[in-house]
Design a protein around this ligand. Structure first.
Ligand code: ADP
Length: 372
């Protein structure tokens, strides 16, 4: 953090730099002007003295005296001009320095207040100088910090909320068994086991997401055939889709250029999207997976014939813990982290995600992966 006396030292240094530059400049000009004028003038006087006739006669003793006086006057004038120049340099230097240091001081004070927890700090960014740009960058940084703090605060609250529900179900049921109200039958224990599996999944999803968000997730990237990865996941899930009578199709060109991705992480992306498509598509529906290459990469799309997502929810479906229908999603075991993980895993591999949807007709989730 910039301390106030650092800025004071900067002011002094800048003013001294101005003064030094001005003194050197003025001294150089004065010395050169004096030297060249003195020698030229003496040559001139000498030349006149050697001239025959009246002029030559006059250029004897009095002329030498006049030349001396002229040079003395000239030297004095140079001194006065030099001193005035240096004084002017000090005044201008001080004014310029103030112009530079004042906005720096504002940024420094705002930074100190941000560090103390006041994220609403804004620096005046009027003007077009680099300092106004610095103020603009500072404001962007303060806003990003504010968003980050807000999202961390929400994250902790969301995690606490998500953990509380399965934990209270477990607690309530175990207590009921202890009191003899609920029979500790295999069936009831299986239900409790189901809740512990949900909890474990939630914790594992959170771990993946937080590692991905902080850039700590390891990616073992290799050239992969995206069609092969999709076929593998599609075939593994086919019986599940058939059990709900959902038609599952994969449409892709025969040959696709390889993409450099981590195959396990990319399989997880595909599985998350296909699991959602399965979950939200009603019996007898249809899910179409399509791979479309272009010059720079491959776009994968997973289109379902589910209920669709209302437009006001679309911008937020990739947010963590965001669910369109809260009660329904939880009852089906959704943590609200699946799409957030998809986004993180795709973006960490240089790709992008998007979604389009029409209520009553279905949703299509897209992700794009570049070739290299
Ligand atoms: P969840 O574990 O709840 O499915 P996701 O992050 O995978 O969490 O999805 C977030 C929300 O987006 C879901 O709760 C659901 O409301 C909505 N959603 C995701 N995929 C679909 C889909 N294929 N059709 C309709 N809604 C979907």
């Amino acid at each position: 953090m910039t301390k106030p006396n650092l800025l004071r030292r900067l002011s002094v240094r800048l003013t001294l730099a101005f003064l030094l530059a001005a003194t050197l400049g003025v001294t150089l000009v004065a010395v050169l002007a004096y030297r060249s004028t003195a020698s030229d003038f003496q040559n001139f006087v000498h030349h006149l003295g050697n001239m025959p006739g009246m002029m030559g006669g006059m250029m004897g003793g009095p002329a030498a005296q006049a030349s001396l006086e002229f040079l003395q006057n000239f030297g004095r004038t140079l001194w006065i001009a030099g001193i005035l120049g240096v004084v002017l340099a000090i005044i201008l230097g001080w004014l310029f320095t103030r112009q530079i240091v004042a906005p720096l001081r504002k940024v420094s004070e705002a930074a100190r207040r941000v560090a103390a927890g006041d994220y609403t700090q804004k620096v005046d960014t009027r003007g077009t100088s680099e300092l106004a740009e610095l103020g603009g960058s500072f404001n962007v940084m303060a806003a990003a910090l504010d968003r980050d703090r807000e999202s961390r605060k929400n994250l902790v609250a969301d995690i606490a909320h998500e953990l509380r529900t399965p934990l209270s179900v477990l607690q309530g049921n175990v207590e009921a068994m202890q009191d003899g109200v609920l029979e500790a039958s295999a069936e009831n224990l299986a239900l409790l086991h189901q809740e512990t599996l949900l909890l474990a999944r939630l914790v594992e999803d959170l771990r993946t997401l937080s590692l991905a968000e902080s850039g700590q997730l390891k990616f073992n990237s290799q050239a992969n055939d995206l069609k092969e990865l999709f076929s593998k996941v599609v075939e593994a899930l086919r019986t599940r889709f058939e059990s709900k009578n959902i038609r599952l199709e994969l449409a892709a060109p025969d040959r696709l250029e390889p993409v450099r991705v981590d195959n396990l992480r990319t399989e997880q992306v595909i599985r998350n999207l296909l699991n959602n498509a399965f979950q939200y598509t009603p019996e007898g529906g249809k899910v179409v997976v399509r791979l479309t290459p272009d010059d720079h990469g491959i776009e994968a799309s997973i289109a379902d014939s589910g209920p669709g997502i209302p437009p006001e929810h679309l911008p937020r479906v990739f947010d963590r813990f965001y669910r369109v229908d809260r009660s329904r999603a939880r009852s089906t075991g959704g943590s609200g982290l699946g799409l957030a993980i998809v986004k993180q895993l795709v973006e960490a591999q240089g790709g992008s995600v998007r979604v389009t949807s029409r209520v009553g007709q279905g949703s299509t989730f897209f992700f794009y992966l570049p070739y290299s």
